[in-house]
Design a protein around this ligand. Sequence first.
Ligand code: PLP
Length: 224
Amino acid sequence: MVNLPAYQHLVKRFSDSGTTLVAVSKLKSVSDILVLYNAGQRDFGENYVQELVDKAAVLPQDIRWHFIGHLQRNKVKYIAPFVHLIHGIDSEKLLIEVNKQALKVNRTISCLLQIHIAAEETKFGLDETELTTLFQTLQDSSFQTAFSNIRLEGFMGMASFTEDTSKVRDEFKRLAALYTDYRVIETPRAQLRYLSMGMSNDYEMAIECGSNMVRIGSLLFGAR
Ligand SMILES: *Cc1c(COP(=O)(O)O)cnc(C)c1O
């Protein structure tokens, strides 16, 4: 069941602050997506490549599809022709593959780096050392052709799944601080302007900590 009142509330809440709402529609039906589309929503997030490809084929062309899941390199080619923003870049190898597939379809693909902020081992993402190394590569002029068709537009992170709100806040603040630090670094392929953090349970705190892009699923579409 799509929760339209919740949707209208979020739209109103985010309209002043310029926060981008990504409606996370993974495992939800095409007809549910259309309910939100008809209410005006255009940014949708999906986690699984095949599911995204199938949905994009039958849904309106002006939807901006965000890939928010863990992306395997051998699957980049399926979403490269149409994806709007890839949130989960967690290695240089993956970034290079995105570039390669973007080049093939003559596009520039916008990407966010996923940064590991949670305490859990299971969450994907770059640690701070890997982030530093990747930015050094991005600044290296001899690497520019490897990144000719990507645009790095920000960071994405997921906080720990815990009731401990002070821990969640600390994790969001750490990511926001990294974002602030890296925003000022000039590289030809990076113009950071999105900080993607916050989901149904923690988006209020994420925004408080500086998020300007939230990924909200169950609050809009019901439990999965
Ligand atoms: C599923 C998912 C979301 C949405 O989670 P909800 O709790 O349903 O809002 C956001 N981000 C990522 C990366 C997800 O996998």
